[in-house]
Design a protein around this ligand. Structure first.
Ligand code: AHG
Ligand code: MN
Ligand code: MN
Length: 365
C-alpha cells in the first residue's frame, strides 16, 4: 500500500513521487528569495538581507509561543503599563525580547525603536555599533486579542541610519516614511505569514510548519483599487470627526449602482484587519477621536510600515488629508490618524474629510 496516498499497492506510488517532486521544485523559501533579490543589487553587502532573515527567525520563535499560548503560562498581563499607558501582556514582553535579541545578535542594526520601550535601544556590541541600519518595531500588534485566540501580528520598519557611526541616535528614526528601505509585518493567524517590501512590490510568505520555513505563497501582492469592506471601531462613532461619521454613513447607504452597503469587518488587530483588506480590498480607518485627538496608532512602527506595504501593493495611506509617508517624524512614539487600503476608498474618505472636517482640523491646530 502506498504510504502517501493509500490508493496504490506500492511503497510510494508514481503519482505521489511525481507530485512530491513537483511540490519540492515549486517551493521557494524566504531565505532563497532574499538571496535572489540581493543579486539585483550587485553592490549591496547583504546587510539588509541578513536583517530580514533575523526578523524571520525571531518571528518563528514568537509564532511557536503564540501557538502554545493556551497551554503554556504565556497568556495574560505582565503587570506593567507601557509608555503608551497600555497594559503590557506577557506575549508583548516575550516578542519584544525575541526581536531585540535577534536584531542585536545579527550585527546589522545599531539601534532599535520599539513600542514597548520609551527610548531607543542602542545595540552595544562592536559589530552593531557601526551598522548601517536602524529598525523600528511593534513586536506584538493587537495585544487585546492575545488571550482570545484571534490573530495578532508584528510590524517592522527599516531605515538607513542618518548618523555617521557609533551608537544610533533618535535622529536616525526621525525620518519620513518615504525613507524606509524595507518594511513588513508578520501575522500569527490561522497560518503564520510574513509580508514585506523593499520598495519593489510586496511579497508574502507562509510558514510551512512541517519544514519550519517561510515559503513564497503570495508573490507580487496587489490590492484591489476598490472594494466593499470598511474597518473601523464603530464604538467610537460619537467621538469621530464629522468627515468620518459621514463617510461611514455613505458606506452604509443602500445604492445598487455602487454596490452599497459595504460590509463592516473589524478585528481590532491592525495587522489582521489590514492584511485581510490587502488581500480582498477595503479601507481600514483609525481616525482622531475626541478622546485621542492625535489618533491612536504610532507613525514610526505602525502607520509608516503599513503605508509602505499598502502603497507598494497599489493602495493608499493618509491621515485623512496628507500622505502618511510624507508626514514629519518629531517624536519616537508620535501618533497619527490612519486611513489605509484600496486607493479609491481612501480617496473617497479623504474627500469626506476635506469637505466636513477640514475646519475642525484647523480649529484644533
Ligand atoms: P497594539 O496592540 O500594538 O497596541 O496595537 C493595537 C492597535 C491596532 O492593532 C488595532 O487596530 C487598534 O489598536 C485597536 O484599537 P481599538 O481597540 O481602540 O479599536
Ligand atoms: Mn500595534
Ligand atoms: Mn504592540
Amino acid at each position: 500500500m502506498c504510504i502517501s496516498c493509500c490508493s496504490n499497492w506500492q511503497k510510494i506510488c508514481d503519482i505521489c513521487i511525481n507530485s512530491k517532486q513537483k511540490r519540492m521544485v515549486s517551493v521557494k523559501t524566504l531565505g532563497q528569495f532574499i538571496i535572489e533579490k540581493q543579486a539585483d543589487f550587485p553592490f549591496s553587502k547583504g546587510e539588509l538581507s541578513r536583517l530580514l532573515r533575523d526578523i524571520g527567525i525571531a518571528s518563528k520563535i514568537v509564532n511557536r509561543e503564540v501557538n502554545k499560548a493556551g497551554i503554556a503560562d504565556i497568556l495574560g498581563g505582565a503587570g506593567e503599563i507601557n509608555i503608551q499607558g497600555e497594559n503590557v501582556q506577557k506575549l508583548d514582553v516575550f516578542a519584544n525580547e525575541q526581536f531585540i535579541a535577534a536584531l542585536s545578535a545579527g550585527g546589522e542594526c545599531c539601534a532599535i525603536a520599539s513600542e514597548e520601550n520609551e527610548d531607543i535601544i542602542h545595540i552595544k556590541n562592536e559589530m552593531s555599533r557601526n551598522a548601517r541600519y536602524v529598525v523600528a518595531i511593534d513586536p506584538l500588534d493587537g495585544s487585546s486579542n492575545i488571550d482570545v485566540n484571534v490573530s495578532i501580528g508584528t510590524i517592522f520598519s527599516i531605515y538607513r541610519r542618518k548618523s555617521q557611526n557609533g551608537p544610533g541616535t533618535n535622529e536616525d528614526f526621525y525620518q519620513r516614511g518615504t525613507e524606509q528601505v524595507a518594511a513588513g509585518y508578520v501575522i500569527y493567524g490561522s497560518s503564520c505569514m510574513l509580508v514585506y517590501t523593499t520598495g519593489k512590490g510586496v511579497n508574502g510568505f507562509t510558514l510551512d510548519p512541517s519544514i519550519g520555513e517561510f515559503c513564497l505563497s503570495h508573490p507580487n501582492l496587489q490590492t484591489p483599487k476598490m472594494a466593499k469592506t470598511y474597518s473601523i471601531n464603530e464604538g467610537n462613532y460619537m467621538r469621530f470627526p464629522d468627515g468620518v461619521k459621514k463617510y461611514i454613513k455613505y458606506c452604509q447607504e443602500e445604492d445598487s449602482s455602487t454596490d452599497r452597503p459595504y460590509s463592516s469587518r473589524y478585528i481590532g488587530s491592525g495587522v489582521a484587519d489590514i492584511h485581510r483588506n490587502l488581500i480582498t480590498g477595503g479601507i481600514y480607518m483609525y481616525p482622531t477621536t475626541s478622546k485621542s485627538p492625535k489618533g491612536k496608532l504610532r507613525l514610526l512602527y505602525e502607520a509608516n510600515p503599513l503605508a509602505f506595504i499598502i502603497e507598494q501593493a497599489g493602495g493608499k495611506a493618509t491621515d485623512g488629508f496628507n500622505r502618511i509617508m510624507e508626514l514629519d517624524m518629531k517624536e519616537l512614539h508620535q501618533r497619527t490618524p490612519l486611513f489605509i487600503g484600496s486607493a479609491d476608498m481612501v480617496d473617497m474618505a479623504g474627500e469626506y474629510m476635506k469637505k466636513h472636517s477640514a475646519v475642525e482640523k484647523i480649529a484644533k491646530a
